[in-house]
Design a protein around this ligand. Structure first.
Ligand code: NAP
Length: 266
């Protein structure tokens, strides 16, 4: 029950209707007996700065969850960033400290890796084809490298963004073989980390027909649960991994980050 003592959290997105985090995190808050609520806020890019400036003054605001299209921009409005957020240049959770300072972190990548791990997918020494170079893709690229992936091919519509991501990745993880390219063949795992698949008439981010047999096809899109990409992959007999596994993978970490003082936050 929301009361005068409830700690407020807000998820900033545009649009916000498709997000799945409020129901998932509110269920976690309730399970953990936390007097906290996450509410959806639809905020356009032009209003982000002003919104964040106002929210800083809300003393019972515990923090923010941030998603498309604000993950890169929100980093500029934080007072401090975690190392992984700084490296990826994106933020998806912000904690408001008691003095109003904002600390940003990026849990998407760790969540994606935790989701794969929950499905018993081994990453050590694997080669991964990654479609996308935005906030989610960057976070995933760094987390895959950290988890021991040996080779990463990044394919993005804007080539310059793919190259910039690979440059940052290479300097942080020199042992990983990285390249920009659009050929998804000969990879163990192929990931859609673009926003393609959210809309019914979106083209496929890559064609599962081009994948080698046995390649695991993983999604970041949660709605619809079975995207056209996953359907096409399954039709070819390829193993698939749902987008919601990434969110499930990061809920525990979101709880611990947003409510660090909550005993047994999990
Ligand atoms: N499952 C989860 O827990 C989870 C967590 C985070 C995000 N997500 C999902 O991940 C998706 C991407 O989020 P994001 O934060 O990375 O967004 P973003 O920073 O805006 O990046 C979007 C990416 O999609 C590409 N893209 C968009 N429209 C395209 C098109 N028409 N053709 C080709 N490429 C296109 C962009 O390419 P350009 O660089 O060329 O623009 C970019 O690589 C979203 O749909 C979000 O819902 C899921």
């Amino acid at each position: 029950m929301i009361s005068g003592t409830t700690r407020l959290f807000a998820i900033l997105a545009d649009p916000v209707g498709h997000v799945r985090t409020p129901q998932a995190l509110n269920a976690r808050f309730a399970e953990a007996g936390q007097d906290a609520v996450l509410v959806p806020c639809e905020v356009g890019p032009d209003a982000l700065e002003e919104t964040v400036r106002g929210l800083r003054n809300v003393r019972n605001l515990g923090g923010l969850v941030v998603t498309v299209p604000h993950k890169t921009e929100i980093a500029r409005h934080c007072n401090a960033l975690s190392e992984r957020a700084r490296l990826a240049g994106a933020v998806n959770v912000v904690r408001r400290e008691a003095d109003g300072r904002l600390f940003g972190d990026l849990l998407d990548g760790a969540g994606f890796v935790a989701g794969l791990s929950a499905a018993e997918v081994e990453l050590e020494g694997r080669s991964v084809f990654l479609a996308g170079a935005g906030g989610a893709a960057s976070a995933i690229a760094f987390a895959l490298a950290e988890a021991g992936a040996a080779r990463l091919t990044v394919a993005n519509r804007s080539e310059a963004k793919a190259r910039a991501l690979l440059q940052r990745l290479q300097s942080a993880f020199p042992a990983v073989a990285v390249e920009a390219g659009h050929d998804p063949q000969r990879h163990d795992i192929a990931v859609n980390a673009t926003s393609l698949g959210l809309k019914p008439d979106d083209p496929l981010p890559f064609d599962p027909a081009d994948l080698s047999p046995g390649t695991l096809v993983a999604e970041v899109i949660m709605q619809p649960e079975e995207t056209p990409l996953l359907a096409a992959a399954a039709a070819r007999g390829l193993p698939t991994h749902l987008g919601r596994m990434m969110l499930e993978g990061q809920l525990r970490q979101m709880m611990a980050f947003l409510l660090p003082e909550a005993e047994g936050a999990a």
